[in-house]
Design a protein. Sequence first.
Length: 104
Amino acid sequence: MKIQINTDNNIEGSQKLTSYLTSLITDGLGRFSDQITRVEVHLSDVNGRKDGEDDKRCMIEVRLEGMQPMVVTDQALTSERAVSGAIDKLTSKMDSRIGRKRKY
């Protein structure tokens, strides 16, 4: 499973952040790792330099073998919470889609 982290100009894409987010994604999506070929994460700051609630946005695109890509988004106060929320949405969506595919 290849993981790519992208940030906009308002979020510093440090090695520490990349390592932490990679760990979150690996832990959250680990049970699907044999079906995932690539995970792309896009982090952005919705309000630019201004602070605000739900200021950070995370969009995660997952490419699965033999299936259409899945995309989810989440917004939160911090990048970490936005990624965590997006992972939760994604696992739910993957459970639904992969479970449905196995039935047929």
